[in-house]
Design a protein around this ligand. Structure first.
Ligand SMILES: C[S@@+](CC[C@H](N)C(=O)[O-])C[C@H]1O[C@@H](n2cnc3c(N)ncnc32)[C@H](O)[C@@H]1O
Length: 297
């Protein structure tokens, strides 16, 4: 799906609202496919390594992951299943998805995902997004054990959400929302237990905000950029979008030559965690690396 011309933009990224709240994931994943999204492919490899490390450090044999601004749950899907982003995006190109009803799509997806669930680790996933249909899909297909359609930027968490947050071990997010919505970040971390979860995010270069770092610091967390080369987030849709992205990335201190200048938004992985848990990523059990891209990527 190509986004409509009148698609609204903010100073940081184009927003494709109508695809974000359909009864099933087709429009969203087709939009990702059409725009060449790659962020989650790279970021989730780092998220998996970080989760393994926090579980090792804390002696956990099961983990609770909170997928912030989850949309249809692609981050949870890639963390909790033996599946690549490439496979997910290719799936919804199949003709059988053209005429299927939302219920059929959800039934098929539920069965497909159940077969590919990771058996090596027990993870409970909870999703949060302002779009009710997106998180409802995540529950229907078994991606989320719990899901919340709430806006923490505007309101305090409900009792159920606060309870969920009080027990999470890791917060993950792809898409920059955690950097761009410091009030939501503050409310989320305030609801977490006294031992804060690790938080791993993959914002577009230029979307890092001092306000987010300050919120993390106020909750006793230290944020760092993981030592990975910048990776593709998605293709630019227009020269105006590219110019805006280059300007934003440069304003944040990034050298954009050969990166944003070649036609894609680029992202990076930020890790925030309690000071006393700052182990060196080079010593983690799972190697921290950018995974090679399949042929189509
Ligand atoms: C760029 S999408 C990323 C979605 C998903 N994490 C992914 O990787 O595909 C950003 C998401 O943030 C959600 N969002 C926007 N404002 C939000 C808020 N205040 N709280 C939670 N989610 C929000 C949108 O509905 C959208 O699903």
């Amino acid at each position: 799906m190509t986004p409509p011309k009148e698609t609204p933009t903010t100073d940081f990224v184009t927003i494709f609202d109508e695809t974000y709240d359909q009864p099933d994931c087709r429009a969203y994943f087709r939009m990702m496919d059409a725009l060449g999204y790659r962020n989650q492919h790279h970021a989730v490899a780092a998220f998996r390594a970080g989760l393994d490390e926090v579980m090792r450090l804390r002696g956990l044999d099961a983990a609770r992951v909170f997928d912030f601004a989850s949309s249809y749950g692609i981050v949870s899907l890639l963390m909790g299943h033996e599946m690549t982003l490439d496979e997910v995006l290719r799936r919804y190109r199949a003709p059988q998805f053209e005429a299927a009803t939302p219920q059929e799509v959800m039934d098929w997806d539920r069965a497909w995902l159940a077969e590919r669930r990771r058996r090596d680790v027990a993870i409970r996933f909870a999703g949060l997004d302002v779009m009710p249909n997106a998180v409802a899909y995540g529950v229907q297909v078994g991606l989320f054990d719990a899901a919340f359609a709430e806006d923490l930027e505007a309101n305090d968490p409900s009792e159920a959400l606060a309870l969920e947050l009080s027990q999470v071990d890791m917060i993950v997010e792809c898409g920059s929302v955690a950097q761009l919505m410091p009030r939501a970040l503050d409310r989320m971390l305030a609801a977490c237990g006294p031992v804060k979860p690790w938080m791993m995010t993959s914002p577009i270069r230029g979307n890092e905000r001092a306000a987010a770092a300050e919120v993390l610091h106020a909750h006793g967390m230290v944020q760092e950029v993981l030592p990975l080369p910048p990776f593709v987030h998605r293709r630019f849709e227009s020269t105006e979008e590219q110019a805006r992205a280059i300007e934003n990335a440069q304003a944040a201190g990034h050298d954009t030559e050969g990166v944003e200048t070649i036609g894609h938004f680029h992202a990076q992985v930020l890790l925030a965690r309690p000071e006393e848990e700052r182990t060196d990523p080079a010593t983690w059990r799972l190697p921290l690396r950018v995974p090679p891209l399949p042929e189509m990527f």
